[in-house]
Design a protein around this ligand. Structure first.
Ligand code: ZN
Length: 427
């Protein structure tokens, strides 16, 4: 090929894309001319009950994925209270914003995945959309809040309909996993709270994260296999009480009543135990094996701090006993080795207490025989990936409101429900 015939493909791509988008924006402008003005079949009614009067046409310029699109629509005003409405905006889902649904959706998605500044860069490079980092934050927050409200309504309906949809048990095992993870907060969000800082103050708030998934098969060795794409996540910075309803509703949505068996995996924390007793009473509770092992290691450190060989020896032995679910044996053996020093003894007894209270939830040999998962790896991965990788980056500080909006967005996207949410808005 001669040099003269060679084309600069990238320049051509960019030029054609710009031209196509511009033509698209023109088409969009034409299409919108039929919306939001002209004779209406029904009166426009104010929130106060009055019939509103048209005050003529007003233009707003929309930012769309095709570029700027002018939109002329009628404005209505209430003679009674002075409130205004734009029925055209309501029809197009652009009330109180100049950003089209398509732009808002992309913006929210980008802002949920990365810091707002980087999201803004990506939107510019990938989609040619110009927004400020603050815009990204506002849009992502607003959509996150809308998602949270949408889910509140959904959850209320799920919990109100306490009757099983059918008696057929179509899900062999439904798992519910829960965990907590700290997120760094602005000072005002942790004021007066107790925390792990040297002076007893707090820098973080706990996000409670829950995960629901199903399991149908075990592999050739009898190990459980999680059903592909079956995990969904819910979470928020909130009280154990609010979270209880949230996770119960999610379990109902995912088939709590259709499940033959329900297994709850957690770290043995008291709030999780109470939650299960109140909200998931027929569930089989299992303390995550790795948390239990961690506690055993701590116990060994307290009992044998002066003798490393003994410490390792007991740890190996007791881990083995733990695998067998022989918690009473561990407790009895440890009781005979309690240190004389009052302070250390107290620490050791606290650990023993943890095992004593959770022993029925640590029958690992039995759980394995039934083909259950004994580790809460899915929710822990969720804590890292859904919460940590976005909300715990260095230098970040969140308000409760901002964090919860992004958590709602990220949980929904990772549950594969973003599309569903968007369609419910359009309906
Ligand atoms: Zn009014």
């Amino acid at each position: 090929m001669s040099k003269a015939a060679r084309i600069d493909l990238e320049a051509v791509e960019a030029a054609i894309r710009a031209a196509v988008l511009s033509a698209g924006a023109d088409i969009c402008t034409e299409l919108l001319k039929a919306t939001g003005k002209g004779r209406r079949s029904a009166q426009v009614i104010c929130g106060c009950g009055q019939v509103m009067r048209s005050t003529g046409i007003e233009r707003k310029v929309l930012t769309t994925v095709l570029g700027a699109v002018p939109f002329d629509r009628s404005r209505f005003e209430c003679p009674q209270c002075g409130a205004s409405r734009y029925p055209g905006d309501e029809e197009l889902d652009i009330s109180g914003t100049t950003r089209s649904p398509g732009v808002r959706r992309m913006t929210a998605r980008a802002g949920s995945r990365q810091p707002f500044k980087e999201a803004r860069e990506d939107l510019r490079v990938y989609a040619g959309i110009e927004v400020s980092p603050k815009d990204v934050e506002r849009v992502a927050e607003r959509i996150g809040e809308t998602i949270a409200a949408w889910q509140r309504t959904e959850n209320e309906a799920l919990l109100a309909a306490a009757i099983p949809r059918s008696n057929e048990k179509t899900i062999p095992v439904l798992y519910v996993e829960m965990d907590g993870t700290g997120v760094p907060m602005v000072a005002s969000a942790v004021e007066g709270r107790k925390g792990k800082q040297p002076d007893g103050s707090a820098k973080t708030r706990e996000v409670k994260l829950g995960c629901v998934f199903t399991q149908t098969f075990t592999d050739a060795e009898g190990f459980p296999v999680r059903d592909p794409d079956s995990s969904s996540f819910v979470g928020a910075i909130e009280t154990a009480d609010s979270f209880s309803s949230r996770i119960e509703a999610e379990a109902v949505r995912r088939g709590l009543y259709e499940a033959e068996k329900v297994v709850v995996l957690g770290d043995g924390a008291v709030w999780i135990r109470q939650l299960v007793e109140m909200h998931l009473p027929r569930a089989i509770q299992i303390v995550d094996l790795y948390h239990a092992r961690e506690h055993l290691s701590d116990l060994c450190r307290v009992l044998f701090s002066s003798d490393e060989k003994k410490m390792i020896h007991h740890r190996i032995r007791w881990w083995h006993d733990l695998d067998q679910g022989m918690v009473e044996k561990i407790i009895n053996e440890a009781r005979m080795r309690l240190p004389a020093d009052a302070e250390t003894r107290k620490k050791a007894e606290a650990e023993l207490n943890y095992f004593n209270e959770n022993k029925e939830r640590m029958r690992y040999a039995e759980f394995r025989k039934q083909g259950f998962f004994v580790g809460s790896g899915v929710v822990e991965a969720g804590c890292k990936h859904i919460i940590g990788s976005r909300l715990k980056q260095s230098g970040m500080e969140w308000t409760v409101r901002g964090a919860n909006a992004i958590i709602a967005l990220r949980c929904l996207i990772h549950s594969g429900r973003f599309e569903e949410f968007w369609e419910s808005r359009a309906a």
